[in-house]
Design a protein around this ligand. Structure first.
Ligand SMILES: NC(=O)c1ccc[n+]([C@@H]2O[C@H](COP(=O)([O-])OP(=O)(O)OC[C@H]3O[C@@H](n4cnc5c(N)ncnc54)[C@H](OP(=O)(O)O)[C@@H]3O)[C@@H](O)[C@H]2O)c1
Length: 323
């Protein structure tokens, strides 16, 4: 059984898109709170957020809600959870102190409970000088004892290795790397290289959008219409081209009497990564937790790997992802 556990994401697509577009304060908060506690009490041990989850008048709303929920968590439970957020390297956040204010604001919203700060994406492709400076700035906050752990996101293997070695010279470790990884992402050599770097250096490999925004949970004969425009377009493009993959998922799911979501999450775990799943309700929280009770056989993993390789449609990649 792979040791890796599962984290929950409070992100743009899962809860965040609700937070941005159709968030109803009060009613939604109650559902989100129930979901949060179902997940934490069930044993999910990482919470992922970002300062950009929530815009306009809802700026930072994901972090704010998490901060409120955490206040109700007993200290002994809180100690066991990694509370991770991501700071966006917006073009106006420049220089070594460029993230200081953002860090303070996120920490305030999370009521001082932040464990890990991740750089949300790599600036290497458009402002290569910015990335090292911002990361060194996070290193300064670490040395002052203000942050416990540093992580990266959307950073390819070359830059991951370079940045890891750079911080290592200061005696600082990169704790995690967060990348899009699912049966719907295109298999690549970069994936393998990241995995190897993570294993060699004990970096936690976090897989975001592990369910392909929910596509992998759709039975092969179903064609749901999601509510938001972007998700509708994605489902329309990808669903017809993934029938074979989703048939295999459903067959494995039937064998274990579990959901397709659990099979997709355990495929991530079989690759040594930890899925951060975007759960929206207590049922989905329970379902994600149940994936921890079983694992794929070697041949099931290989069949899924093969189907992924042959898959005719893939999720769009984050354009900022560095080499
Ligand atoms: N670093 C980055 O740049 C980055 C980018 C994207 C996401 N993330 C992180 O990764 C997290 C998760 O990613 P994501 O939300 O984009 O995608 P995801 O986890 O692949 O998909 C989330 C969707 O899957 C469905 N779902 C979840 N559990 C289910 C279950 N048990 N059964 C059936 N359907 C289920 C829900 O759909 P319904 O809404 O239809 O119920 C939910 O909206 C985010 O919250 C965020 O923290 C990071």
């Amino acid at each position: 059984m792979p040791k890796k556990t599962i984290g929950i994401g409070f992100g743009t697509w899962a809860w965040g898109n609700k937070l941005v577009w159709g968030y109803k304060a009060g009613t939604d908060d109650i559902l989100l709170k129930k979901t949060f506690f179902e997940a934490i009490n069930g044993g999910l041990d990482l919470v992922d957020s970002a300062d950009s989850y929530g815009t306009g008048s809802l700026f930072g709303q994901s972090e704010k809600l998490i901060g409120d929920f955490l206040e109700e968590l007993p200290k002994r439970k809180l100690k066991k959870i990694t509370i991770a957020t991501k700071l966006a390297p917006f073009p106006w956040r420049i220089g070594r102190n460029g993230l200081n204010k953002a860090f303070q604001q996120s920490n305030q919203r999370l009521k001082g409970n932040m464990t890990r700060v991740q750089l949300h994406w790599s600036t290497y492709r458009y402002a290569p000088w910015q990335e090292e400076q911002l990361l060194n700035g996070l290193g300064d906050l670490y040395e002052k004892g203000l942050i416990k752990e540093i992580g990266l996101s959307n950073t390819g293997p070359k830059r991951l290795n370079f940045l890891f070695q750079n911080l290592k010279k200061r005696g600082i470790k990169i704790s995690s790397i967060q990348m899009q990884l699912s049966l719907l992402t295109k298999p690549s050599l970069e994936d393998e290289n990241i995995k190897n770097i993570c294993e060699e250096n004990e970096i936690e490999y976090l897989a975001y959008s592990p369910l392909g925004l929910g596509i992998l949970t759709v039975p092969p004969d179903k064609h749901p219409e999601p509510k938001t425009f972007l998700r509708q377009k994605l489902f329309q493009r990808i669903l017809p081209k993934t029938v074979e993959l989703r048939t295999l998922l459903t067959n494995i799911a039937k064998k274990y009497s579990v959901s397709q979501a659990q099979v997709a999450l355990n495929w991530i775990r079989s690759h040594g990564a930890k899925p951060i799943v975007g759960i929206r309700n207590p049922f989905q929280a329970k379902d994600a937790i149940s994936a921890l009770n079983w694992s794929l056989t070697k041949s099931e993993k290989q069949n899924l790997d093969f189907c992924r390789k042959e898959c005719l449609a893939n999720m769009p990649q984050n354009p900022f992802t560095s080499p």
